[in-house]
Design a protein around this ligand. Structure first.
Ligand SMILES: Nc1ncnc2c1ncn2[C@@H]1O[C@H](COP(=O)(O)OP(=O)(O)OP(=O)(O)O)[C@@H](O)[C@H]1O
Length: 330
């Protein structure tokens, strides 16, 4: 499906308004408004700790926002993850959460459960209704595996897949719930350049199936190639939102990523005070500008290191990425 500008302008899928999330004294997300329209791919960027994942968690019912409202296709979403999934919003996580000892096909079937109406008795008795539903789920799961190019590995254990394929499988599992909006949290973290390019193509194909996409990513080239619109969070606040051209040319975004504070930026005043104190004491400590990009990777490799390794380096095949904590679900 090719989306026209009119579709984009007239059909909001996600409307988040005034979303604020506080953890005790820490405000992780501050009064953030963000819409995603039908047919759009929207990027969410920002340095480490900017509040991107917390914002996703507010959208998907994992957190109850301290303030604000989140609607999907005009209906306010309940703050319960399974109800959000049932409503039509699916997500993947920054750290891979597959069922390591289940097959590739079974992982997708798990994602299908919100669309299966058969109850416990029907399952126990294995009546005709249950068998029909089971066959339909199987067919849809295989369709999705074909879509992501993993149909030939349907019977493999998830833990035996290479890292890039595990990430694709996560996406297929999220798509199994037939979402209208897909949230992807760092889908290319830890991927090599070829895998990243393939992920880009896959996301375009998902959008062309009529699924709107909101994606968090540190890889700027990936984001600016992929997205119709990009929003940048810094210290919990939305700093700027616009087309990739507008956002990548915005000096505040550049400053946020390179660590040079600009007048009026969240936290700039504090940084200026620290620098002034250091200069006054002759301490010679490092200034913000002495440590560019330490917390704000601009390349794919940096992003993988910064965002992926602590969670994903240890136990997946090939030494990259985790196959999940068994038992976790969306
Ligand atoms: N459950 C929580 N309890 C307390 N503080 C939290 C919690 N979750 C996140 N935070 C804090 O909220 C802030 C934003 O974190 P968040 O993970 O949302 O940032 P992020 O932009 O996704 O970062 P990254 O790019 O590194 O994934 C951080 O200071 C983090 O420590």
């Amino acid at each position: 499906m090719t989306t026209t500008t009119t579709d984009i302008a007239t059909s909001p899928v996600l409307e988040a308004s005034g979303v604020t999330m506080k953890f005790g004294g820490l405000t992780a997300v501050q009064n953030v408004d963000l819409n995603v329209n039908a047919g759009e791919i929207v990027g969410l960027i920002g340095p480490n700790g900017a509040g991107k994942t917390t914002f996703f968690n507010c959208l998907t019912g994992l957190y109850v926002p301290t303030e604000g409202k989140v609607s999907y296709k005009g209906t306010v979403l309940p703050a319960k993850p399974h109800l959000v999934t049932m409503a039509g919003v699916a997500r993947t996580f920054q750290n891979i959460r597959l069922f390591a000892n289940m097959t590739v096909l079974e992982n997708v079937l798990v994602g299908r459960h919100t669309r299966t109406k058969e109850g416990l008795w029907s399952a126990l008795l294995r009546g005709p209704g249950f068998k029909r539903a089971e066959a339909a789920s199987h067919e849809r799961a295989m369709e999705l595996l074909t879509f992501i190019g993993l149909e030939h590995k349907a019977d493999h254990l998830a833990r035996n897949l290479p890292y890039g394929e595990q990430r694709k499988l996560e996406i297929a599992r999220a798509m199994a719930s037939d979402p209208g909006l897909l949230l992807l949290d760092e889908p290319t973290a830890g991927m090599n350049p070829q895998e990243t390019r393939a992920a880009e193509e896959l996301i375009f194909a998902i959008r062309d199936q009529g699924i709107a996409v909101l994606v968090i990513e540190h890889d700027m080239r990936f984001i600016f190639n992929l997205c119709d619109r990009v929003a940048c969070l810094v210290q919990g606040e939305k700093l700027v939102e616009g087309t990739p051209e507008v956002v990548q040319g915005d000096e505040r975004v550049v400053a946020a990523y390179l660590g040079t504070p600009f007048e009026g930026a969240p936290g700039a005043e504090e940084v200026a005070e620290v620098e002034a104190a250091e200069a006054h004491s002759g301490g010679g400590g490092a200034t913000r500008t002495d440590e560019p990009a330490a917390s704000a990777p601009t390349t794919r490799t940096d992003a993988a290191d910064a965002a992926g390794t602590s969670e994903s380096a240890s136990d997946a095949p090939g030494g990259k990425g985790t196959t999940s904590q068994e038992g976790e679900t969306q």
